[in-house]
Design a protein around this ligand. Structure first.
Ligand code: ZN
Length: 140
C-alpha cells in the first residue's frame, strides 16, 4: 500500500516537473520570438509602439502603426513648402507617445515650416491677448 502511494507521488512529481519544463520552454520560445521581432524591427529601422502611452481615441478603426506594433520611416511632403522629408520612427514615437498627438494625425509640415507655424501662432495669440487687455475696462 505504502509502496503504491509512493509510486503515485513519484509519478505526480514527475508530471509536475514535466509540466514546469514545458512552461519554461514555452516562455523561452516566446522570449526568443520577441527578441527576433525586435531585431527585425531594428534592422528595418522600426521602433516599437508602446500602446499604453498613446493618447486615447474615440475611433473604432486602428491606425496602421498600432496594428503593426512598430513605427516605420514615413515619407512626407510639407504642405507649406513642398519639401519631401522622412518622418522618422523616433519622431513619430515622440509625437504620439510623448506629445500625445492624435493617433490619426501625421506630420504635414517640415521642421522649418513647423517652427515658423508655431511662431506665427504664438505671435497671433500674443496680439489677441494684448487686444483683449486693451479692451478691458479699467478697474477705477
Ligand atoms: Zn516646409
Amino acid at each position: 500500500m505504502k509502496r503504491s502511494k509512493q509510486t503515485r507521488d513519484e509519478i505526480e512529481a514527475k508530471q509536475r516537473k514535466a509540466e514546469e519544463w514545458r512552461r519554461t520552454l514555452a516562455q523561452r520560445a516566446a522570449e526568443r520570438q520577441r527578441l527576433r521581432d525586435y531585431k527585425i524591427a531594428l534592422a528595418r529601422d522600426e521602433v516599437a509602439v508602446v500602446t499604453s502611452q498613446l493618447a486615447p481615441s474615440n475611433s473604432y478603426s486602428i491606425p496602421d502603426f498600432v496594428e503593426r506594433g512598430t513605427y516605420r520611416p514615413e515619407p512626407s511632403v510639407c504642405k507649406d513648402c513642398g519639401l519631401a522629408e522622412v518622418w522618422t520612427p523616433l519622431q513619430q514615437k515622440w509625437w504620439y507617445e510623448t506629445a500625445k498627438g492624435d493617433v490619426f494625425t501625421k506630420a504635414v509640415r517640415c521642421r522649418a515650416c513647423r517652427t515658423r507655424a508655431r511662431a506665427r501662432k504664438s505671435a497671433a495669440r500674443r496680439v489677441h491677448l494684448e487686444g483683449l487687455a486693451r479692451k478691458k475696462p479699467s478697474a477705477t
